[in-house]
Design a protein around this ligand. Structure first.
Ligand code: C2E
Ligand code: CA
Ligand code: CA
Ligand code: CA
Length: 278
């Protein structure tokens, strides 16, 4: 009964119009999706609005089931976490991102790729080894792989997180804090972590121009991050007004539909050909 309650909760929290059983079906499909090669990474450009240069790409997971339906990550990632599939899928994401970095290097582009890391993935004792082995396998520099972790994940076990992140950072990997501002948000605490980038959550960007409070929060994050020599990037930027506003606040790094939606591999190649990153 408890199991069913949990399944029910997931379905209704997501606002899906489906019967609870569908969640179980979905989770079973999820178990075989990797072997059936139904996953694909899309890549969303991160742009320096000052220079127009592409400073990185965020890898975002896409799943097309056997009926050809695209199932959004907001539906299947929580299920994959709940049913224990996320570590296997997440390790595939890391490896696939490294393959992409290698592919880009072989075509003349040196661009970093960031991957989203789930809590269960990060909390394994061999997580650092898995990431290190992936860059070795594809012979790519560690500095081109960025790991995106939320505050919630790194703050769950502070001392262990600091150890793991130091190991990874010393090896050369970049560390980003995702959805920044929505969690514990103690910059003074985060000072103890080797962090390269804060990703300012879309929720602050959405009403940036109309809401003084959000503008104040973003200003404070950018100012403090600057002092700590941490980059800030704004997520979910959709309009030129938002770009200009963010630049005025000192946040030049932008990710969002204004510059580009997440792109499939062929779309990415076209996008890069048009830009001057070579
Ligand atoms: P996230 O890490 O915060 O990723 C940013 C999300 O915002 C992406 O949604 C992206 O498509 C969307 N986005 C980017 N720019 C804009 C914009 O201008 N407007 C709007 N409305 N949306 C924008 P997506 O791809 O649906 O992914 C949702 C979430 O699923 C991600 O949020 C992340 O938490 C999770 N996710 C995606 N891929 C992976 C993965 O490989 N592993 C794990 N563990 N989680 C993933
Ligand atoms: Ca992310
Ligand atoms: Ca985010
Ligand atoms: Ca998010």
């Amino acid at each position: 009964a408890k199991e069913q309650g949990r399944r029910r909760a997931v379905v209704y929290d997501d606002g899906m119009q489906s019967h609870p059983l569908d969640t179980l079906t979905l989770s079973n499909k999820l178990a075989t999706a990797l072997n059936r090669q139904q996953f694909e990474l899309y890549y969303q450009p991160q742009v320096n609005a000052n220079t127009g240069q592409i400073i990185g790409l965020e890898a975002l997971l896409r799943w097309q089931d056997s009926q050809g339906h695209f199932i959004p990550p907001s539906h299947f990632i929580p299920l994959a976490e709940q049913y224990g599939h996320i570590t296997t899928i997440g390790d595939w994401v890391i490896s696939e991102a490294c393959r992409q970095i290698r592919l880009l290097m072989d075509t003349g582009y040196r661009i970093s790729v960031s991957v989203n890391i789930a809590s269960q993935q990060f909390n394994r004792s061999n997580f650092a080894d898995i990431v290190i082995n992936a860059v070795r396998e594809f012979d790519v520099p560690a500095e081109l792989l960025e790991l995106e972790l939320t505050e919630r994940i790194v703050m769950a076990n502070v001392e262990e997180s600091i150890d793991t992140l130091n190991t990874l950072h010393d090896y050369g990997f970049k560390i980003a804090i995702d959805d920044f501002g929505t969690g514990y948000s103690s910059l003074s605490y985060l000072k103890r972590f080797p962090i390269d980038q804060l990703k300012i959550d879309k929720s602050f960007v959405d009403d940036l121009i109309s809401c003084d409070d959000d503008a104040a929060i973003v200003t404070a994050i950018v100012a403090m991050a600057n002092k700590l020599h941490i980059d800030t990037i704004a997520e979910g930027v959709e309009t030129l007004d938002q770009v200009n506003f963010l630049e005025a606040l000192g946040c030049n790094l932008i990710q969002g539909y204004y510059f580009s939606r997440p792109l499939s591999q062929p779309e990415l190649q076209k996008y890069l050909k048009k830009s001057v990153n070579k």
